[in-house]
Design a protein around this ligand. Sequence first.
Ligand code: ZN
Length: 242
Amino acid sequence: MRPVLRGDCPQSSDFSDYRDSFPELVSRIGPFCSYCERRIATQLAVEHIQPKDGPNGRPDLKGKWENFLLGCVNCNSTKGAKKVQIAEVFLPDRDNTAAAFNYTMNGDVVPNDSLNSTQLRFARNTLSLVGLDKRLDQVLDSNGNLVAIDRVAQRMEAWLIAVESRNDLELNPSDSFRRQIVRAALGHGFFTIWMTVFQDNPTVRSLLIGAFGGTATDCFDSNSTRTISPRPSNGLADGSKV
Ligand SMILES: [Zn+2]
């Protein structure tokens, strides 16, 4: 889960219509779901970290910039109007979510091995909150080929594309091809999958961090080789838990 820096509220007061914050959010942190990392061409929406309605709703935070991220239909609908204990989940605007989870070639997102028992619980809470712990929903077409229509299958697909890109880079180790890889990553989304596949290539990792606008650069060391955890505080409540 890509750690992001939303920055200060672009206006002096809360948003009277939260939807008006959408262009600025996309401009600041890119057209990606803040939770599943997919690039969403349409129907990406302003996501309220604390739900705006329902029994757990916080109408006082409905127009509050600090309560906004971007969410896809799947993550949004799984999260729904659940109460969010910010102190017990990892959030990409205040924690180093890059240090919290591992991504695998099977499309799984799992807690990082290095987490302590408290952090492990928070990591599981987070995955459950938005359904990133859901299993693959196998869908085959009429020819028996896997169709990547759910988030797990789409992560598997992105992983394969990233691995093929890494293999091609070994054959063609040029700056122009590195830039092409970054453009492909921006087109697909799944920042962390690309970062994972290029774990041993700090040059590409640095390009990825720079290209995905709004990535919290203080979550990575100067060589882009490892994550900085806990994340330096950015003043948001209950942050720096990882
Ligand atoms: Zn999502």
